[in-house]
Design a protein. Structure first.
Length: 144
């Protein structure tokens, strides 16, 4: 039901970790993701620790789901000198191609404990259903 859109995403993530680069709006860093089916919906969980809710943007165009977020530096007083800074800052993004069998009109988003959870219901037309057979009477032939 879900398709990865960038086969080099993991290589980019490793390169950014090694070089210590931060994501920008033109070249965002990847965000870790889990995706699974739970009953009649698909669930996508994205790790975004330390990101404010107002810094998360979720968009669906056709069947392309795009999540962008920005982790901004914490506001510091004038007399603070940073000794160590390992938490990545900048822009993070993830795109997922959704199947036609998912109902993109009813996506629910929840953000708790640094995890953005998207729940996408399976469209009614894609669910298995029984077909009722009608008729069964013999056809009468009219002679004239």
């Amino acid at each position: 039901m879900l398709m990865r859109t960038d086969p080099f995403r993991e290589l980019d993530r490793l390169t950014q970790q090694l070089l210590g680069t931060t994501g920008t709006w033109s070249r965002p860093s990847p965000m870790p993701m889990d995706a699974y089916r739970e009953g009649d919906e698909y669930v996508i969980a994205l790790d975004l620790p330390g990101v404010a809710t107002d810094a998360i943007d979720i968009d669906v165009e056709r069947n392309m789901l795009t999540v962008k977020a920005e982790r901004r530096p914490a506001v510091k007083a004038e007399n603070v000198q940073m000794e160590l800074s390992e938490r990545p800052l900048g822009v993070f993004s993830r795109q997922v191609m959704l199947a036609d069998t998912l109902d993109t009109e009813r996506i629910k988003a929840d953000y708790e404990a640094g995890v953005l959870t998207l729940r996408i219901p399976i469209a009614e037309r894609a669910k298995p259903r029984k077909i009722t057979i009608t008729g069964g009477e013999q056809h009468k032939q009219i002679s004239g």
